[in-house]
Design a protein around this ligand. Sequence first.
Ligand SMILES: Cc1cc2nc3c(=O)[nH]c(=O)nc-3n(C[C@H](O)[C@H](O)[C@H](O)COP(=O)(O)O)c2cc1C
Length: 315
Amino acid sequence: MDLSVRIGPLHLRNPLIAASGCFGYGLEYADLVDLASLGGVAVKGLFLKEREGHPPPRIVETPSGMLNAIGLQGIGIRRFISEKMPGLRQRGAVVFVNICGSTLDEYVELARILDGEEGVAALELNISCPNIKEGGITFGCNLGATFDVVSAVRRATRLPIIPKLTPNVTDISAFARAAEDAGADAVSLVNTFLAMAIDVETRRPRLSNVMGGLSGPAIRPIAVRMVYECARKVKIPIIGIGGISTANDVLEFMIAGATAVQVGTANFVDPFIWPKLIDGVRAYMERHRLARLADLIGTIEPGGKGNDGSTAGRA
Ligand SMILES: Cc1cc2nc3c(=O)[nH]c(=O)nc-3n(C[C@H](O)[C@H](O)[C@H](O)COP(=O)(O)O)c2cc1C
């Protein structure tokens, strides 16, 4: 059985990638998960400099999900390269470096630094973090700025570049198209949904940052819809993200048009989830006599009769 997929020039052994911010810098999980067995590892978002992030509380559990406002705490690119890259290389991880900038120049500088770094498979451009004041989502919510930052990074590196899109826009497929036009090799979607929760006893927001990003199974159907919409608009591969916690969820995203997927919040619930997802995908392939998983991508059938004989037409 062939579970491999292609993301631009990258050949991944399977479509399962650990989502940024939910898997540390990869090495924290190396005793629990064989990093080389994953399609890839997207590391925690990195700026040029170290950052402290927001003060606690910065995580809140919600029905079928969670809110976070970490504020992109991170060790900065230099320490990442010297302290984390050697171990990631040694373990054979396919490393997606998630980069964030407060300015366009910061994204370009990060891309230049990483361009020469052995073992970096791709750059994931985080232009979608809802939890910081400057940069990030301000690029991802503006079509022109999305185009400009992706084009500038394109000129700065030969590495595959994968802008990560925000769902906090009216038409995400227009942003996927802008990224494609600017030379992106793929797009990943979605980052978290801007959200908040209030403690009614104290009447205070539950997060110190007031607002945060919603992730987990609660967002999955919206993310699937967004992948489906983008797949009809762009030719570049899509990495689907949002609430994946079972093999069926992986398959659902692929049928909607995703070439690969990322798993975030579910890894917090069950760090041993990875072999379970792979086994479930294999079982499906056996049941459906599917030799190549890549043949499943975008194979959604038109709406109509469901399994139960009902009409699944749109309202
Ligand atoms: C605690 C936490 C930290 C995150 N940090 C980042 C980050 O640094 N960069 C990024 O692009 N996305 C970050 N994300 C977003 C996830 O990568 C992912 O897009 C989102 O959580 C949806 O997927 P999920 O429902 O599988 O978690 C973070 C999410 C969580 C929950």
